[in-house]
Design a protein around this ligand. Structure first.
Ligand code: NAI
Ligand code: A1CAB
Length: 264
């Protein structure tokens, strides 16, 4: 597969790292107006770092646009003359609907909206995928690429905004929970480094328990909460402060914001 990534900032470079560590391409063009962050990848086999977006498109079959929503339209306009029927255009731009891309490139272009998260750099992304009518037969290929970089779910486009909040912004939400746990551990007497390890490993264990057992979180909570014990005391104190409610409200606020971005 000949892949190009246009825009190699936080997300584009994370996708590049994931692809490079899996060697899941025949050639990879990384194009950005500022290549400093990805220059190091030039040393990898079959990887070219460039500032020439048009060249990257000409040399590739799959073009992943990892640009901010305010920049994507003009880059699509720029590369449009070089796009052929064989190209598959993938966009990770949050809030940018397929119809907006179709208005620029035409509905006879293969367009796939992909919503990964930054854990793609270590092959652990939760990636949601939705395609336009033209690209329905390319979905499997997108799934194959992103399954090497984590887990994928094919969803209708109407759910991509929600998936962005839960999976992409979700990385930040979980980080904040881990950080708060670390601060709690420091207050209880651990050194910062130890506190960080305790928090991250416990978080990893909790997620792994759910993934590997398939059990519901409340079943796992029941196994930890000794009657009259310290866990239920802590959980109830957190809920009195609105822990679940704060999380749900944050998710809804994030969703409202992304729906505003869609219209701008
Ligand atoms: N950061 C994240 O966790 C996630 C981001 N997204 C979406 O991915 C997109 C990119 O986000 P980030 O990587 O965080 O942004 P970023 O700002 O870090 O990266 C964008 C890159 O595009 C480059 N760029 C701008 N104009 C260009 C042009 N004309 N030609 C070539 N390169 C150009 C910039 O130099 C920059 O390196 C956004 O649309 C965002 O909504 C989606 C999921 C997760
Ligand atoms: O915060 C944002 O708007 C982008 C989309 C999801 C993650 N980063």
């Amino acid at each position: 597969m000949k892949i190009a990534i246009i825009g190699t900032g936080n997300l584009g470079s994370s996708i590049a790292k994931g692809l490079i560590s899996n060697k899941s391409f025949t050639s990879l063009y990384l194009s950005d107006k500022n290549t400093a962050a990805v220059k190091v990848f030039n040393e990898e086999d079959y990887v070219t770092v460039t500032s020439d977006n048009v060249l990257a498109v000409e040399k590739s079959d799959i073009v992943i646009f990892a640009l901010q929503p305010r920049h994507i339209d003009k880059v699509l306009e720029l590369v449009k003359p070089k796009l052929t029927d064989n190209h598959v255009v993938m966009s990770v731009a949050a809030g940018v609907e397929i119809s907006r891309i179709e208005r620029i490139l035409g509905s006879d272009t293969n367009i796939i909206r992909v919503m990964p998260n930054t854990a793609i750099s270590i092959g652990k992304s939760m990636t949601c995928i939705a395609a336009n009518s033209k690209a329905q037969d390319k979905v499997e290929m997108a799934e194959t690429i992103f399954n090497q970089l984590g887990t994928t779910l094919i969803i209708p486009e109407e759910l991509i905004q929600a998936a962005t909040v839960i999976c992409a912004s979700g990385i930040a939400f979980w980080m904040r929970l881990v950080r708060a746990t670390t601060q709690g551990a420091i207050q209880l007497g651990f050194e910062a480094e130890q506190a960080h390890e305790l928090a991250t490993q416990t978080c990893y264990g909790a997620a792994s328990l759910l993934i590997e057992s398939g059990r519901h979180p409340e079943q796992e909570i029941d196994r930890v909460t000794t009657p009259s014990g310290c866990t239920i005391e802590g959980l109830n104190a957190m809920e009195h402060q609105g822990l679940s409610s704060a999380l749900i409200q944050g998710i809804v606020a994030s969703f409202e914001k992304i729906n505003q971005l869609k219209t701008t």
